[in-house]
Design a protein around this ligand. Structure first.
Ligand SMILES: *[C@@H]1O[C@H](CO)[C@@H](O)[C@H](O)[C@H]1NC(C)=O
Ligand SMILES: *[C@@H]1O[C@H](CO)[C@@H](O)[C@H](O)[C@H]1NC(C)=O
Ligand SMILES: *[C@@H]1O[C@H](CO)[C@@H](O)[C@H](O)[C@H]1NC(C)=O
Ligand SMILES: *[C@@H]1O[C@H](CO)[C@@H](O)[C@H](O)[C@H]1NC(C)=O
Ligand SMILES: *[C@@H]1O[C@H](CO)[C@@H](O)[C@H](O)[C@H]1NC(C)=O
Ligand SMILES: *[C@@H]1O[C@H](CO)[C@@H](O)[C@H](O)[C@H]1NC(C)=O
Ligand SMILES: *[C@@H]1O[C@H](CO)[C@@H](O)[C@H](O)[C@H]1NC(C)=O
Ligand SMILES: *[C@@H]1O[C@H](CO)[C@@H](O)[C@H](O)[C@H]1NC(C)=O
Ligand SMILES: *[C@@H]1O[C@H](CO)[C@@H](O)[C@H](O)[C@H]1NC(C)=O
Ligand SMILES: *[C@@H]1O[C@H](CO)[C@@H](O)[C@H](O)[C@H]1NC(C)=O
Length: 510
């Protein structure tokens, strides 16, 4: 006779087998979704009864069939061009069950991730009312959002879905604060749609207050000497979440399940939570996370998501005034793997949107959450157009210096592109010169503010500080936590749109 315990054990084992066998698509396939268009092939997968045959059919396309192995079926569609909405049907033998997803579009699918500035919703931005009113005018920009979840193990599917695939509505875009739907993600998709004029799928998976370590796999952390640990994160970065993060828990629950879908690329807005946590490892942890995601999405999609897919990110804006050492100047630099610009040798096929000139001390959400997400998204889209879509005539980077040299009493800083417009010479706090016996401007080195003396099409000339010429070693620019007023940094691209990023550069002797 069965004891109650054995019986309930049997029952739960039976229940788990049964639930694994329910024929369905995985959580992030649904009506209104956007699947990756040709030339890539979209991966489609779900759960079913082991041994059954599953046929996947798309109106007007060849059926593909596969077999359920260990409760999972998975197939790759033939490449599908952009077109009218499709119905996607999966049918399983044995049970004769069949599921149809309707209004499925083919287009480009982008993943959006990061912390609170990515989670920041359309309802929270400047001009929110106008932005929300536009939602229904873009029915081909579709949204999906993973629910917050963390896990100690890599999950196969999302634990929960916050926003199932939907056509955009004001209600969904201006939903819960810091939840749905991401303003940067939405505006990125909307602006991109205006250029590409075909469907865009946006998959949003982010969580406020989270450090990069939570989004990184153990194998990525290992490469930077970051061991598995509980991460203490300062509470003022948090929005109603626990204050401790174990490494990899969001990778496990909010990224790993998505690896099997085919995507075009990813955008990322994160770094605040690392301004005082493992900050000087961020120049390793961030580029390594990008590499690791790329490898994993490539593998997870059976090679359909390109290895080295385009990855865009936002360089941090501003948080505290008066150079209070909030760590932002260092983390901004580390976001570029210490190059100052992107893409670069270390971070190929990336693009960066600046936000340093978009400070906001009146934000109701605190200065760490600037309300202008339109400019951030616009700059990201310029980067995507140039880097991801190869548009030749799109400039997406602000001026950056190639070299700086000392000649007589002046220091010349030479840029690679026009700086004639937007240069402001009213403030002398922007350029600093290092006076040091040590080339690297290490300990004992002192930074002096210097004036802009003159500027031209491709150069800025600054004065020299009281310092022996041989000790003049480096120049830095915008090297404070909160350097400029809104859109009033000294150096912009010729069209006045793109600010020069902060930099540190060695000075050579002439
Ligand atoms: C494709 O599969 C659907 C059912 O999923 C079926 O109705 C249709 O006849 C199949 N087409 C071909 C060409 O086999
Ligand atoms: C998709 O299915 C819906 C309802 O099942 C139907 O009304 C529609 O015509 C179908 N669309 C296509 C393209 O087959
Ligand atoms: C499935 O369909 C086949 C052929 O129509 C039939 O023989 C079989 O009994 C059905 N199985 C179930 C579980 O309904
Ligand atoms: C962190 O890991 C510990 C030990 O594995 C576990 O008890 C705890 O629940 C985890 N916390 C989170 C937030 O994942
Ligand atoms: C990262 O920055 C730190 C601190 O500036 C430096 O010591 C380290 O060498 C850098 N690491 C890499 C990989 O660039
Ligand atoms: C998804 O991709 C991962 C990584 O390649 C793989 O381990 C996993 O089996 C895949 N899942 C499915 C459902 O195919
Ligand atoms: C920053 O400096 C300004 C002017 O020096 C001062 O009025 C303000 O109180 C300071 N703010 C903080 C947060 O220290
Ligand atoms: C907000 O709307 C005003 C008035 O249309 C416009 O001038 C401003 O540029 C908008 N701000 C942003 C960030 O889009
Ligand atoms: C590139 O852009 C410039 C300035 O916007 C424009 O004058 C020029 O015609 C464009 N060239 C091409 C090939 O589109
Ligand atoms: C560099 O400056 C220090 C004083 O800060 C001075 O003692 C030293 O002689 C200078 N070195 C050179 C090479 O001028």
């Amino acid at each position: 006779m069965l004891t109650t315990v054995t019986f309930s054990l049997l029952l739960s084992a039976f229940a788990s087998v049964l639930s694994a066998e329910v024929f369905r698509f995985s959580s992030y396939y649904g009506n209104h979704m956007v699947l990756q268009k040709a030339p890539a092939k979209a991966v489609v997968w779900g759960f079913g009864q082991t041994g059954a045959k599953v046929v996947v059919s798309l109106s007007g396309s060849k059926n593909v069939s596969t077999t359920v192995i260990n409760g999972i079926w998975r197939t790759t569609l033939e490449p599908v061009e952009v077109g009218d909405p499709y119905n996607l049907t999966a049918s399983q033998s044995i049970t004769n069950s069949s599921i149809t997803l309707t209004d499925v579009l083919f287009g480009d699918t982008w993943l959006c991730s990061g912390q609170s500035n990515m989670a920041f919703t359309v309802g929270q931005v400047i001009n929110a009312t106008e932005e929300l009113a536009l939602a229904s005018k873009f029915p081909d920009v579709r949204i999906f959002q993973a629910a917050l979840a963390h896990s100690d193990e890599e999950l196969i599917d999302l634990a929960r879905v916050e926003v199932p695939w939907s056509r955009p509505t004001a209600e969904l875009l201006g939903g819960k604060q810091f939840s749905h739907f991401s303003a940067v993600c939405w505006l990125f998709g909307r602006y991109l749609y205006k250029t590409l004029k075909y469907p865009i799928g946006l998959v949003h998976s982010s969580w406020g207050g989270t450090p990069v370590e939570a989004w990184s796999s153990p194998r990525a952390l290992h490469k930077c000497g970051l061991m598995k640990s509980v991460l203490p994160v300062q509470s003022y970065f948090m929005e109603g979440a626990s204050t401790n993060w174990n490494s990899s828990v969001l990778w496990n629950a909010m990224i790993h399940p998505l690896l099997n879908m085919t995507i075009t690329g990813a955008i990322w807005y994160q770094g605040e939570a690392n301004a005082n946590y493992n900050r000087d490892k961020y120049n390793c942890s961030f580029p390594v996370m990008i590499d690791d995601w790329r490898m994993a999405f490539h593998e997870g999609s059976d090679g359909q998501t390109p290895l080295g897919f385009p990855f865009g990110f936002v360089q941090l804006s501003t948080y505290l005034k008066n150079n209070s050492k909030d760590g932002f100047r260092e983390i901004r630099w580390h976001q570029t793997a210490d190059y100052g610009y992107a893409p670069n040798e270390r971070m190929k096929n990336t693009f960066m949107a600046l936000a340093i000139d978009l400070p906001d001390d009146r934000s109701p959400w605190g200065s760490i959450h600037p309300e202008d997400k339109q400019d951030v998204a616009y700059r990201l889209v310029l980067g995507a157009r140039a880097v991801a879509y190869g548009e030749k005539n799109v400039s997406f980077q602000g001026p950056f210096p190639t070299h700086a040299f000392l000649e007589q009493d002046f220091i010349y800083i030479v840029f690679n592109q026009g700086i004639e417009q937007g240069i402001a010479i009213t403030n002398d706090r922007f350029f600093e010169i290092c006076c040091s016996e040590d080339k690297a401007c290490g300990s004992g080195g002192k930074w002096f503010h210097v004036d802009i003396v003159k500027h031209g099409l491709y150069y800025v000339i600054v004065s020299t500080p009281q310092c022996p010429a041989a000790n003049i070693t480096a120049v830095r620019y915008l090297w404070t936590d909160w350097p400029c007023q809104l859109k009033a940094c000294p150096i912009y691209s010729s069209d006045g749109l793109l600010p020069a990023p902060p930099f540190i550069l060695a000075i050579t002797k002439q």
